[in-house]
Ligand binder design. Structure first.
Ligand code: MF3
Ligand code: CO
Ligand code: CO
Length: 273
């Protein structure tokens, strides 16, 4: 009998393919990083992502990715302020005080790396307290969840850790409509990785050889969201409050989680915004 999820347990060779994909994706985020500043348009960031990816012989997974609303038109997502996720790069110019999530996914030799960071735009004095707090909260949620998971643990450990931390320290909204996901030769695959516990996540486990993302989205107010009716992609907070997100691609090994998308230049575990 084939056990559930058996087909997504990676061999050692497959794990190395995922490591290479994660490494390239993280390098790409470091390439974009210096440009994420006031005055840049989000489509200029997209062009950097697109060109660097193609120049290295890889594929931007977002470009043409099929959703309910048709194909995603750009090579990455940039989600500013009240945009929770799936922001489409365009003519908007980042300005001091904005928070902007840059979410990159690359296909390297058939395997996917997926990660995001939220950037505080401008000088420290430009940033509102709420902007700093939602960003810190989302960042802490990601690393606390990674620290909490162990080989064979229930996926619900992630949601339990995040809910406990957010309720104790902030009372922010934790988005439950959009979730982390299994990842490998497909961009999105089973299992779902919800950031609040769900019935299914109490049953599913993180076995060695599984690759998945953790990508908590934290809102200053309500967790509820609305999809833009015109473009069919952009997801905003219903109340217009800010939203922040961080994401890593993770391999569960026999010894514990291995983060595959660690950057050279980005914030590391324990970072204070
Ligand atoms: N990168 C997002 C994720 O973390 C998905 C973006 S899909 C797109 O799963 F089509 F909007 F690009
Ligand atoms: Co993802
Ligand atoms: Co992503």
């Amino acid at each position: 009998m084939i056990r559930r999820n058996a087909r997504i347990r990676l061999t050692e060779a497959d794990r190395d393919m995922m490591r290479a994909a994660g490494r390239f994706n993280a390098e790409l985020l470091d390439v974009v990083r210096p440009s994420v500043k006031p005055g840049v348009t989000t489509e200029q960031l997209d062009k950097i992502v697109h060109d660097y990816t193609l120049d290295h012989g890889h594929i931007p997974a977002c470009l043409g990715y099929a959703g309910d609303a048709g194909a995603f038109p750009k090579s990455c997502c940039v989600s500013v302020n009240d945009v929770i996720c799936h922001g489409i790069p365009g003519p908007y110019e980042l300005k001091p005080g904005d928070i902007a999530n840059v979410d990159l996914t690359t296909i390297v030799d058939g395997w996917h790396g997926d990660q995001s960071e939220t950037f505080l735009i401008g000088e420290s004095s430009d940033i509102s307290q709420e902007a700093r707090e939602v960003t810190q909260c989302a960042f802490d949620c990601l690393y606390l969840a990674i620290e909490a998971i162990t080989p064979g643990c229930r996926i619900s450990v992630i949601g339990e850790t995040i809910v406990d931390y957010v309720q104790r320290n902030y009372g922010f909204g934790i988005v439950d409509k959009y979730v982390g996901h299994g990842i490998g030769t497909k961009f999105h695959q089973r299992p779902n990785i919800p950031h609040v516990p769900s019935a299914q996540s109490h049953r599913d486990r993180l076995h060695p050889g599984m690759c998945f993302t953790i990508e908590p989205m934290i809102n200053g107010g309500t967790a509820r969201s609305l999809v833009d009716q015109r473009d069919g992609w952009t997801v905003r907070t219903r109340d217009g409050r800010l939203s922040a997100q961080f994401e890593h691609t993770i391999l569960m090994t026999e010894d514990g989680p291995e983060i595959l998308t660690t950057t050279q230049d980005g914030p590391q575990s324990g970072f204070q915004f």
